[in-house]
Design a protein around this ligand. Structure first.
Ligand code: GLU
Length: 496
């Protein structure tokens, strides 16, 4: 197998790339890169024109790129198995559908919507709760198995509407080995005669998926558990074509912390961004999301948690993917984010802060000041954009005071703060350092015989407008004497 692994990520461009899709792409990529010369292929499954969303493909590509997932072959960089958009391969599927008709594995079906509805009604009335177009019903429908050859030819020549259906065997057990789930078996009895080619000439997902996986020489199909029930149909198709099926691996569902599948609605309720673009927009670190997603259903089998994309490629194997659902723990993601944020230099973070500030039209101080502010703030935030919210007092005087914090502004606060102001007003700019500012506070509380917090909290409110934040004395040193005294004066005026 070494050197020949080819996997694909095959999204339907029906919307923005969601987090579950991104994990599937990531696992495919990690698996491909774990094997020397393995290829990661992007195939756009856009045969359902009614659900097509124009910007979906570029969103998918942008999202993968943001994560550092490189596409070896795809619509933008075709390899030798293109085109990589199914809508551009339309003619090919018809040829394969016809091949199945010739070999007796599929048939033309001319039934109208009305006739199909009538069939379902009839069956329901006779006590069948889920009527199917199957090995029994097909015998009383209008298809190339029941109509004469002449009639079929005539209908085709006259351009009658038809679909091509797979002739699913009546009683068979379809078995396959799933790398993650082990032995899987399905009875064909419960299956519909799957439509392979629709009346508009487009293939269904099942036909296109199997034909393309075969033609693109895909060795492993790694996809979400929701596709497991489609796999028996695919196996039947591989058998009908006489092709070897790729290895199958169905990934566990992503679960909500409150139980159940992490649906779009649940995610929204729990404040979990659903689409990759929201992680980009909300300034998550891509390395954090990648590391977090890798562990959402997989682990290397030791206590290690922090791994770069390259290390993950090195470590990733499908036998360590769990069968059970993986719970999306947003706090854990933020923990990863903090890690990857703190790993960066203050200079690099400052550059990111600058770009966010320019988006938000926030005016920032000069570079040295900003880098100092970053170094004071970065251990206290989870995401880079929070540097701007938590640190906004570095960039402008507080316009209002945090309501909760104000509970700590007591009747004796003005006297204490005012005393402190007097005590530091004589300091020169050079003397205005964190240690001196702290020692002055100690003298004032000693004089008044009160606890540290009695002055510290009101002072923090006056200088920053907030009840918490980075080291106050270091922050005051950075702000400088003029600004600190001005803010204290404003607070004493406003907050008596
Ligand atoms: N087009 C399917 C999707 O949207 C692909 C499923 C598969 O990987 O076979 O996820």
């Amino acid at each position: 197998m070494e050197g020949t692994v080819r996997v694909r990520f095959a999204p339907s461009p029906t919307g923005f790339l969601h987090i579950g899709g991104l994990r599937t792409a990531l696992y495919n990529y990690l698996f491909a890169k774990h094997h020397k010369n393995g290829s990661f292929i992007l195939r756009i499954e856009d045969t359902d024109q009614s659900r097509y969303v124009e910007e979906a493909e570029s969103d998918i590509i942008r999202s993968l790129e943001w994560c550092g997932i490189e596409i070896d072959e795809g619509p933008k960089n075709p390899g030798e198995y293109g085109p990589y958009r199914q809508s551009e391969r339309k003619d090919l599927y018809r040829k394969y559908a016809e091949q199945l008709i010739e070999s007796g594995h599929a048939y033309y079906a001319f039934d109208t919507t009305d006739e199909l509805d009538q069939m379902r009604e009839r069956l329901q009335k006779s006590g069948n709760p889920s009527p199917k177009y199957d090995s029994v019903t097909r015998q009383s429908m209008k298809n190339s198995l029941t109509l004469s050859q002449d009639e079929v030819t005539k209908r085709l020549e006259e351009g009658d509407e038809y679909v091509v259906r797979l002739k699913v065997p009546r009683r068979e057990t379809v078995r396959f080995e799933d790398i993650i789930r082990g032995h899987v078996s399905f009875e064909t009895k419960g299956l519909d005669d799957q439509v392979l080619l629709k009346s508009d000439g487009m293939p269904t997902y099942h036909l296109a998926n199997v034909v393309d996986d075969h033609l693109m020489k895909i060795t492993h199909v790694i996809r979400g558990e929701e596709w497991l029930s489609s796999t028996p149909k695919h196996i039947l198709l591989y058998n009908a074509f006489g092709w070897d099926a790729p290895e199958m691996a169905h990934l566990p569902l992503i679960m909500s912390p409150t139980g159940g599948k992490l649906s779009k609605r649940k995610a929204e309720e729990e404040g979990i961004p659903v689409n990759t673009k929201d992680y980009i927009k909300n300034h998550y670190e891509p390395e954090a999301l990648v590391n977090f997603l890798a562990y959402l259903g997989w682990s290397p089998g030791d206590d290690s948690e922090i791994h770069s994309l390259d290390e993950l490629c090195e470590l990733f194997t499908l036998d360590r993917v769990s069968k059970g659902g993986a719970v999306f723990n947003h706090k854990k993601l933020l923990w990863y984010n903090e890690h990857y944020l703190r790993e960066q230099s203050d200079e690099d973070i400052a550059a990111k802060v600058r770009s966010i500030a320019s988006e938000q039209k926030v005016k920032l101080p000069d570079e040295d000041f900003l880098i100092e502010a970053v170094s004071l703030l970065k251990d206290r935030v989870s995401k880079v954009d929070e540097l701007l919210t938590m640190g906004d007092f570095f960039f402008k005087d507080p316009e209002e005071y945090d309501e909760k914090a104000l509970k700590k502004w007591k009747s004796d606060s003005p006297a204490l703060v005012s005393d402190y102001r007097d005590s530091i007003s004589g300091l020169s700019e050079d003397q205005f350092d964190a240690a001196t500012l702290k020692s002055h506070l100690e003298s004032v509380i000693e004089k008044h015989d009160v606890g540290f917090g009695k002055l510290m909290m009101p002072l923090r409110i006056a200088v920053t407008g907030q009840g918490f934040g980075p080291d106050l004395f270091a922050s005051m040193e950075l702000l400088g004497k003029e600004i600190v005294l001005r803010r204290i004066d404003t607070a004493l005026n406003k907050l008596v």
